[in-house]
Design a protein. Structure first.
Length: 72
């Protein structure tokens, strides 16, 4: 499954790059991207693990930038 999510209050491109790297490290993630300019995150992962991976990705984002919110 591949899905895009809107991000709110993502403040810098450097943080977006850190988020993307952290999300790609989550076991089961096939691909991921975080676009600072579009304020979007894309995650590709197996269907049966997708919800769990999204939860972990949200936690990664909160660690890098606590004010950033993922619109689920």
């Amino acid at each position: 499954m591949k899905k895009k999510f809107n991000l709110e209050d993502l403040d810098c491109a450097n943080c977006a790059a850190k988020m993307e790297a952290a999300i790609k490290e989550i076991p089961g993630v096939i691909n991921a991207s975080v676009n600072f300019f579009a304020q979007k995150m894309m995650i590709e992962a197996p269907d049966d693990e997708f919800d769990s991976i999204v939860d972990k990705a949200v936690a990664c984002i909160a660690k890098v930038e606590p004010d950033c919110r993922v619109v689920l």
